[in-house]
Design a protein around this ligand. Structure first.
Ligand code: 5GP
Ligand code: ZN
Length: 113
């Protein structure tokens, strides 16, 4: 989608610090990190959010999580991290291209705010 921020990052039209890419998945540093590791992992396919994901998107959504686990291993935080999908504005979703937040590198509290 031309007017989607994250689609434009995948296309290289908007700069981002890429940390991972494969045929289906793209990951980059969050511009406003909430922890020492705060990476956004997204499907290259535009999916508006988890709420809108369809059965055909199961592979794309699953790959995002496996990519997050791999990035966590690469950073040595594989025993203590969190993956988060904010769904809808009330839960904090502000970009409407599905993204998994990978957050780690500090103590993580529960329940989250
Ligand atoms: P959400 O609030 O939708 O769950 O997460 C969106 C995330 O995207 C936020 O953590 C925000 O900091 C990040 N973000 C917003 N605009 C940009 C940008 O232009 N570049 C990068 N790298 N991250 C962004
Ligand atoms: Zn998009």
């Amino acid at each position: 989608m031309n007017d989607c921020l994250f689609c434009r990052i995948v296309k290289g039209e908007i700069p981002a610090k890429k940390v991972y890419e494969d045929a289906h998945t793209y990951a980059f540093e969050d511009i406003n990190p909430q922890a020492p590791t705060h990476v956004l992992v997204i499907p290259k396919k535009h999916i508006r959010g988890l709420k809108e994901a369809q059965a055909e998107d199961v592979d794309a959504v699953g790959r995002c999580h496996l990519a997050a686990a791999e990035i966590a291993r690469q950073r040595g935080i594989e025993d203590s991290y969190r993956t988060v999908l904010n769904v809808g504005p009330g839960a904090g979703q502000s970009v409407f291209h599905l993204h998994v937040h990978l957050i780690g590198g500090r103590n993580l509290h529960w329940p989250p705010g």
